[in-house]
Design a protein around this ligand. Structure first.
Ligand SMILES: Cc1ncc(COP(=O)(O)O)c(C=O)c1O
Length: 434
């Protein structure tokens, strides 16, 4: 090419959660069946969308109006409905004008960082959900900036770490919260959120709260929306329907701007995103039409509560199998549908292995793990994949120095759930003893 095509930041755009799939597909092609514990797609894990929801979507699909463009910011009636939902909470109020629809939350995330100045940084949690950390790092052409979530304290944020990083880096303009969190399943306590708001106030920052799992809590937990804690600090809540309905294939998510009028720089950022969507025309229309019909249906709440209880039960089952393992630092989860467990210091070693029956799979894993630079948790994950046919994601690929792996809480079949996690426990014991 006449000139280099890619910006420096483009190398940050690896999406490890899907990278592991490429490896798993190679193992699968050798005849080893795979249990997919790597991706948060309830439908792929056999969750059945209720018939009444499908009927709502089907009737919209029969209406000719569904096939046109919609207003750039999104269907007005849907935005009014969502503004009302937010305003029923005890906090900052918004109007339909404060809502902007995207083609999925992932689209919202990449647009958010794209319009910030290169050296204006948003600090986010580590372990990091890579859609945020990679998009933010790519915009800044630098490594992601993170504050620690502490596995020794329920995965709650290390607020001193956050405070000091914000204080000594004047380029930080925003703080990201993912609440409930992917990949840890942690729900931010109210006091923690309040302290983060205080830090934002002290240093004149804006807040971003990814709330795609806001209504997926269980075992006694409640997640607070940013609007309930933010006072007069500017902020953006990011929401979607991929996980909640669940309808990940809808590619539908939205932003709610909070306190847009409180800061002119922040207001300009919101307008830039509104204008960019105008250039694109609009986002997916059919799911926007479905949202008020589904969420206001009297069957919706009982459905969501039952699903949450099922996730909560699975969380307990996994805790009963893996919680007592001396090799692991294990935390119970209270929101979203993932758990991240960490190997205690010194447990993982380069020489460890699992027996792999299939000679070609064995050769592949030996090739993948031959370099000395591969993270130790990744090595464990490759052996687990080829030896037991279970695909999980190494935590070192979530911008973390910790060694561990993420699983999902989505397996609908309880017998398979127990079998999978018992196999993981046995694999850890065998691997560590090898
Ligand atoms: C925290 C978080 N935000 C955003 C997304 C992306 O969701 P969407 O399907 O709306 O793009 C995910 C998907 O796993 C997620 O875990």
């Amino acid at each position: 090419m006449r000139q280099r095509l890619l910006s420096e930041g483009a190398k940050e755009l690896a999406y490890e959660i899907r990278e592991i799939v490429k490896k798993a597909v190679k193992i699968q092609a050798l005849g080893i069946p795979i249990i997919w514990e790597n991706i948060g797609d309830p439908i792929q894990k056999h969750s059945q969308v209720p018939l009444w929801m499908k009927e709502i979507v089907a009737s919209l699909a029969m209406d000719n109006n569904t096939y046109s463009y919609c207003p750039s910011k999104g269907e007005v009636e849907t935005r009014k409905f969502l503004a009302k939902l937010n305003n029923e909470r005890n906090g900052v109020k918004i109007s339909a004008e404060d809502i902007l629809f995207f083609n999925g939350t992932g689209d919202a995330i990449s647009k958010l960082y794209q319009f910030l100045k290169h050296n204006s940084r948003v600090i986010g949690p580590s372990p990091a959900y890579s859609t945020h950390s990679s998009a933010e790092a790519a915009h800044a052409n630098a490594d992601p900036l993170t504050y620690k979530l502490d596995p020794n304290n329920h995965w709650y944020p290390d607020l001193d770490d956050l405070y000091l990083k914000v204080k000594y880096n004047p380029n930080i303009v925003g703080i990201l919260i993912i609440n409930p969190d992917n990949p840890t399943g942690m729900v931010y306590p109210y006091e923690t959120l309040k302290r983060i708001v205080e830090i934002a106030k002290e240093f004149n920052l804006f807040l971003v709260s990814d709330e795609i799992y806001l209504n997926i809590t269980y075992n006694g937990a409640k997640a607070y929306s940013l609007s309930e804690v933010i006072d007069d600090v500017p902020g953006i809540a990011i929401k979607g329907i991929s996980k909640e309905l669940p309808w990940p294939g809808s590619r539908c998510g939205w932003m709610e701007y909070l306190n847009r009028d409180k800061d002119p720089e922040f207001a300009r950022l919101c307008s830039a995103m509104d204008n960019a969507k105008m250039l694109e025309v609009c986002s997916t229309k059919l799911p926007q039409l479905a949202i008020p019909k589904i969420l206001s249906d009297s069957r919706y709440m009982p459905y969501r509560l039952e699903e949450n209880q099922k996730i909560g039960r699975r969380s307990k089952v996994i805790a009963s199998i893996l919680g007592g393992l001396p090799q692991l630092n294990f935390n119970e989860t209270y929101g979203a549908f993932y758990n991240t467990m960490i190997f205690k210091d010194g447990i993982l070693k380069r020489s460890q292995k699992l027996k792999i029956e299939n000679p070609e799979a064995k050769k592949l894993v030996e090739d993948w793990t031959s370099g000395n630079d591969i993270a130790l948790d990744r090595q464990f994950v490759y052996y687990l994949l080829a030896s037991k046919g279970i695909c999980v994601v190494p935590i070192s690929s979530f911008c973390s120095d910790l060694q561990g792996f993420r699983v999902t809480l989505l397996e609908e079949n309880e017998e398979l759930l127990v079998k999978t996690f018992t196999t993981i426990r046995e694999a850890i014991e065998e691997y560590v003893a090898s």
